[in-house]
Structure formats: C-alpha cells, structure tokens
Design a protein around this ligand. Structure first.
Ligand SMILES: N[C@@H](CCC(=O)N[C@@H](CS)C(=O)NCC(=O)O)C(=O)O
Length: 199
C-alpha cells in the first residue's frame, strides 16, 4: 500500500487524503511534523515537504499535483475528466485552490517563522489581498458540485477548510453565497469532508 506522509492541518495533504478516499485508493497515512525533519520524509523528498507519497516499489512522488495524478492513474481515472476542454477547467480550478492555499500559508509562515521584529506587514497585507482576490475569483468561476467530483474541487475544498482553520475571524463566506453553497454541496456529496479536511 502506498505511504502518504502528511499532516492534518496541511491543505495539500487534505486535498490528497480526500481525493484518495473518494477514488478508493487506500493509503498508509503517516503523520509527520515537517519542522522535525523526519529522516524517512527527507529520504523521500529532499525539500522535506508534505504531502509526499512513496509507492510500494519505493518510488517517491512529491508535490500534491503529481500525487493527484498518481491517484488518478491507480484508480482508473476517477479524479480528472478525459475530455480535454473539461480537464483544462479542472486543472485550472485545482491551481486556484492550491494557489489560495499558497498565499494563506505564506501569511501563516511569515508570522510563525520570522522573529517578531522582522515580520513584514506589507508582505502580510499583500498575501491577504491575494487571498481576497482568490475567494472572489472562486465566487465567479465556481465548478458546481454535480455528479462526479474532481481534483479541482478537492483542492478548493481543502483550501477553504484551511482558511477556516487558520483565519476563522476572516469569514470568506460573507458576501460570497455561491462559494458558501459550493462548500455545502461538496460536504453533502463527499461525506468524509469533515473528517479528512484541514483540521
Ligand atoms: N506545492 C506543494 C506545497 C507543499 C507545502 O508547502 N507543504 C507544506 C505544508 S502545508 C510544507 O511541507 N511545509 C514545510 C516546509 O516548507 O518545510 C504541494 O502542492 O504539495
């Protein structure tokens, strides 16, 4: 069974955990703390980032997007449409979800890893603006939950759950009824959302 190094809070890990469960790909979930630089993680991924997957033959896959592609292959194409036009939309939607996670994490890391006196407020503000624009973009470019779920929807749901976890005071649902409805419908369509999301 493939191993997945992950952490419960990590949005990219949440995307992969959820997608694997949806696609019926069973993973050996190994929770790690990246700042501890665990030897088994560094052996598989020189950047020491999560998620990282290790296949049965020892082949390591890192970065959540190639891991999603691997899950898609293992599952017989349960995550991405075959139709090129539809797939282009799904891939962009996944990039939007991951991009939102990127700017939220940049904000968190600036406050977590920099000495207090070196925290750069302009940088924090610019990440917050990127996040707001991303939420607005998602509100206008939603991929409705209808029929089969796809890799893009897992990425966006994971990012939204990470926003709730780290920025509970900044309610992204306010003024964004379509995005709010998307999350509700996603949670109805994928019942393990509350268990596997970023937490
Ligand atoms: N583009 C990567 C981002 C992975 C990433 O930044 N993961 C974070 C946790 S959410 C991490 O491993 N941080 C530890 C570090 O940067 O050393 C992906 O999609 O997997």
């Amino acid at each position: 069974m493939p191993i997945l190094y992950h952490a419960s809070a990590s949005p990219y890990s949440a995307k992969v955990r959820m997608a694997a469960a949806y696609a019926d790909v069973v993973l050996d979930l190994q929770s790690v703390v990246t700042t501890d630089q665990p030897a088994e993680l560094l052996a598989a991924n020189p950047m020491g980032k999560i998620p990282t997957m290790v296949l049965d033959d020892g082949f390591a896959i890192f970065d959540s997007r190639p891991i999603m592609q691997e899950i898609d292959r293992i599952s017989g194409k349960k995550l991405y449409p075959r139709n090129a036009e539809k797939r282009r939309h799904v891939e962009r939607f996944e990039a939007a979800g991951d991009g939102l996670s990127d700017v939220l994490i940049a904000h968190v890391y600036e406050r977590r890893f920099r000495p207090k006196e070196k925290i750069h407020q302009d940088w924090l503000d610019s990440q917050a603006e990127k996040a707001e624009r991303s939420f607005d973009w998602l509100e206008s470019n939603l991929m409705a939950v209808r029929g089969k779920l796809n890799g893009g929807q897992f990425a966006v749901a994971a990012a939204l759950s990470y926003a709730d976890l780290r920025f509970p005071e900044n309610n992204w649902r306010r003024g964004r009824p379509k995005l709010k409805r998307f999350e509700q419908r996603f949670g109805e369509a994928f019942e393990q959302y509350s268990e596997l999301k970023s937490s």
